[in-house]
Design a protein around this ligand. Structure first.
Ligand SMILES: [Zn+2]
Length: 226
């Protein structure tokens, strides 16, 4: 992916143990996966409250712990505004989901969802700018540029800017062809297949991969004994 460096903007504060499984290899895809069991009869919403969104931002390195604490505390006093931001986050997520699943499954991308995503990308652009990366070796080396997002401590929608940007970058990149849905039908989480031969099938080998392997083993055994 492009140079989305959010790490540089955050302070080195101690983080809480992560609450989200960030396995996708791209921020936007990890965010789509926050609706777990998406295609089952009972999808599991991992973003129930604004606090969940803030914690995702912390786990993903978008905000530091102090910023998350500030936003969380403020969300109790401004519940309506926080709820609106959560609604916007879900709207963004579902637009991204429609677009990226269409891409992963080789289907036409729904135009209305792309329009929604574009609105968020434009909003994010107003809160980001390009800054030169400091060259590590010597000052003559051009270290390239990266996106830096505004630190607006009181803006509930701050977590959405890097997420929308991540979606835009991935959609416009060559890596788009490596967006996959997990081969487990009960999972279908999205991830970026960065393996050498680009034949990764599972979101997480230890979870879905092993489960599927076990199932195959079990089926074979049942067949053999039948
Ligand atoms: Zn999976």
């Amino acid at each position: 992916m492009g140079n989305i460096s959010i790490e540089t903007t955050i302070a080195n504060t101690k983080r809480r143990p992560p609450r989200f499984e960030l396995i996708a290899g791209a921020l936007c895809l990890d965010f789509i996966n926050t609706l777990d069991d998406r295609f089952s009869k009972k999808p599991k919403e991992l973003l129930k409250h604004y606090v969940d969104l803030a914690r995702f931002a912390e786990d993903a390195g978008i905000l530091d712990t102090a910023q998350v604490d500030r936003l969380t505390e403020r969300s109790y006093g401004s519940a309506e505004a926080a709820q609106r931001a959560l609604g916007a986050a879900i709207e963004l997520r579902e637009a991204m989901s429609a677009v990226f699943y269409a891409v992963a499954q080789g289907k036409p991308v729904p135009q209305a969802r792309l329009t929604t995503l574009n609105q968020f990308v434009q909003g994010a652009a107003q809160h980001s700018r390009l800054v030169p990366v400091k060259a590590a070796v010597n000052a003559q080396t051009n270290g390239g540029f990266e996106w830096r997002f505004d630190v607006v401590p009181n803006n509930f929608e701050a977590p959405l800017w890097p997420i929308a940007r991540s979606a835009a970058d991935l959609l416009a990149s060559r890596q788009l062809g490596y967006v996959r849905a997990c081969a487990s039908e009960t999972c279908l989480w999205l991830f970026l297949d960065e393996s050498k031969n680009h034949r990764r099938r599972w979101c997480d080998m230890t979870k879905c991969g092993n489960r599927a392997k076990f199932q195959r083993f079990y089926d074979r055994k049942k067949k053999a004994s039948a």
